[in-house]
Design a protein around this ligand. Structure first.
Ligand code: NAD
Length: 371
């Protein structure tokens, strides 16, 4: 069963949930806005359903409200940052803003961020960069549970390691400094925002499918014995032999290779570490991220780059649709479309709603998430 909640009500309730767990008002509002924006963007897997897990991670003392980013490397175009276990929704934004200062002075920035708690939807950071007319590329590893198997392997060894590329399309006229924590009424830009988990499907989507009692498509999962399955529960709760199943990567050896690159760049190069242990019951989800931000103007191509990106996408869009499909869609468009459609209401499944209500009780917050 689904329940429709108003985005502003959901933001308020999530914010109050965090405030009752000791998070400062401003930070609680920023995290809540980011989570609700994920729902609005069509990514319920990275939306408010994560809040109970964040509350548990605060109790575990792995998620550290109020933590700020510090820099251990800061020279030329290089930035090495540590998020000290802070909310990814705040330290991730802080890290990007520090990278943006470098881009202004150096034309580009290579930034690593270690020890961030869950960064949520990585496209959020690419949207911050394209709103300035800049390109941004992100490789992220996930320190939580080894839920994804490498190509032709029989058990999970790493996380859903997202990869994201944001490219402005056409001139970014007057798009600077728009607040991106709030749903936008209009598309932020004609930007290409390719943002995906390297697993064939996001772990959170399997949680949502498990909650709804739905089967997964074939080819996405192996069970606790390494056999193909369509049961999403194998990656949500331990099976009869005490083990979990695993998600497969997308694109066989290619997606598997990209996932490994995310682990090596997001984990080893950032200093946050790679995942090399069995599943445990910790609720915290840590991320490491390597980001590259480039100002096309610094490459001397602004008079060419922006019109050329537009011209190429126009050319692509002229392609006749494959019969029975809406035709070519640019990455980033589904999220912008979802924001328009979900402006007046966000659907939350019954299990997620119950988890939010239980989480509110844990922090003695009365009257939240009532419908
Ligand atoms: P997905 O499979 O829904 O793919 C999303 C991407 O594909 C977007 O760029 C979207 O614009 C594009 N897209 C969707 N339909 C399209 C179409 N028909 N044609 C062209 N492009 C299309 O995403 P996912 O793999 O489920 O990941 C969801 C979110 O989860 C992402 O925002 C990702 O950053 C996030 N994530 C975060 C973590 C973390 O630890 N922080 C881990 C994994 C995933």
């Amino acid at each position: 069963m689904m329940h429709t909640l108003l985005p502003h009500q959901l933001r308020q309730d999530i914010s109050q949930l965090f405030e009752h767990a000791g998070v400062g008002k401003e930070e609680a509002e920023q995290v809540a806005a980011n989570l609700v924006l994920s729902n609005s963007s069509g990514h319920d897997s990275h939306g408010v359903g994560m809040a109970p897990r964040y509350i548990d991670a605060i109790f575990e003392k792995r998620l550290m409200p109020g933590a700020k980013v510090t820099a251990h490397i800061d020279h030329g175009s290089l930035l090495g940052l540590n998020g000290h276990g802070g909310f990814g929704q705040t330290v991730g934004v802080e890290a990007m803003n520090l990278a943006f200062k470098k881009v202004k002075s150096e034309g580009a920035c290579i930034m690593s961020l270690s020890n961030s708690h869950h960064l949520g939807r990585i496209g959020h950071f690419a949207e911050m960069a394209v709103a300035k007319g800049w390109i941004s590329i992100h490789f992220v590893n996930v320190l939580s549970r080894p839920v994804v198997a490498a190509f032709q392997a029989g058990d999970g060894r790493f996380g859903t390691n997202p990869c994201c590329i944001g490219i402005p399309i056409g001139y970014p006229m007057g798009m600077e400094n728009k607040p991106l924590n709030k749903p936008q009424n209009k598309p932020i830009n004609n930007a290409f925002i390719l943002d995906f988990a390297t697993s064939a499907v996001a772990q959170g989507k399997m949680r949502v499918a498990h909650n709804l009692g739905l089967s997964a498509k074939p080819g996405l999962l192996i069970d606790e014995n390494g056999q193909p399955t369509t049961n999403p529960s194998v990656v949500v709760k331990a099976q009869s032999n005490g083990k979990f199943g695993a998600l497969l990567t997308f694109g066989e050896h290619k997606g598997s290779g990209l996932a490994i690159a995310c682990e090596l760049l997001g984990g080893a190069l950032s200093g946050g570490g790679t995942w090399r242990k069995e599943a445990n019951s910790a609720r915290a989800v840590m991320n490491g991220m390597l980001s590259i931000v480039i100002d096309p103007k610094a490459m001397g191509q602004d008079n060419f780059f922006y019109p050329e990106t537009q011209a190429f996408i126009d050319w692509l869009k002229e392609s006749p649709p494959e019969p029975g499909t809406p035709g070519m869609i640019l990455a980033g468009e589904p999220e912008r479309q979802a924001r328009l459609e979900r402006e007046t209401g966000i659907e939350i499944d019954e299990t997620t709603l119950k988890e939010l209500q239980a989480s509110a009780l844990k922090v003695n917050a009365i009257g939240l998430f009532q419908i």
